[in-house]
Design a protein around this ligand. Sequence first.
Ligand code: AMP
Length: 249
Amino acid sequence: MKILVPVKRVVDYNVKVRVKADGTGVDIGNVKMSMNPFDEIAVEEAVRLKEKGVATEVIAVSCGVAACQETLRTAMAIGADRGILVETDVELQPLAVAKLLKALVDKEQPGLIILGKQAIDDDANQTGQMLAALADLPQATFASKVEVAGDRVEVTREVDGGLETLSLSTPAVVTTDLRLNEPRYVTLPNIMKAKKKPLDTIKPADLGVDVAPRVKTLKVAEPAGRKAGIKVADVAALVDKLKNEAKVI
Ligand code: AMP
């Protein structure tokens, strides 16, 4: 079974992003970029399935600017066998990515597609679901455990108040939650090995997909700043303020 793992290049989770002065988006000039954390979990899961002998090949795919090659090399350093870059300078929205992935699913015929549950830059949480709809495949989102048995995959999901286990026929779409696994550290020898792994670059037009944005961002604004707090002298003063100023007791 082949596993396809879409990996997105996003602003590193440690970076405090700044909104551009004109409110059109966030400033990503000179900012550290990394693989979306949920996608690292997806690559790790796919590689573990390969190590268990369940998967035969792990293919990482990234859609975006030429620099997404670095993200693909990271995926290959974790253990993906090859990479596909769908290169474009157009700002890609989830529907466009889902259409590109659908075209790649048709081409590569993977048994599983493991995506992150959401990208930490747009927080959309849409691509996996849209891909499942476009490709007419069963889906299990927010996976905290994935087990492949024969031509089915069992996925445990964290839901309100407990765990839900689904059994899907493959091919299927799975999206990862934080507790699925802890991705391994990439070692220097594996980074060196990854440089020699195959990486194909194609364009959206090669897949016959129109990636023009369909949704327009009207405005991006910083969250409102928090007002400074005060120190109260004693418990009585605190209770008085809670009662008479905040009016919460
Ligand atoms: P989103 O729907 O934008 O929150 O993204 C959910 C998941 O879709 C991500 O965790 C990735 O696995 C995948 N994805 C989104 N955008 C891209 C992209 N440009 N290239 C590759 N994978 C992507």
